[in-house]
Design a binder for this molecule. Sequence first.
Ligand SMILES: [Zn+2]
Length: 88
Amino acid sequence: MNIAKIIIVLILLYVGYRVVRMLRAGSTGSVKGSRADAVTSRGEDLVQDPFCKIYVPKSQAMVKEINGHVHYFCSRECIDQYISKKNN
Ligand SMILES: [Zn+2]
């Protein structure tokens, strides 16, 4: 009898633990979700890629200083193409 009670209590504790974790995950945003989803759902500042004109979350943008001006790019390819375009 005692062992059965202990097992039931352990199951209840486990279920309670899972419910609390689920509720926490729901309130702070899914940790399992991709980085892009997490960032955009938080409403982070967007910066514009001057080469392809795409808006990128600031934390994910590639930062490049060109002629004393800081530019944000979506990818390294855009940095390279932007610089080569400027030099031509
Ligand atoms: Zn780009």
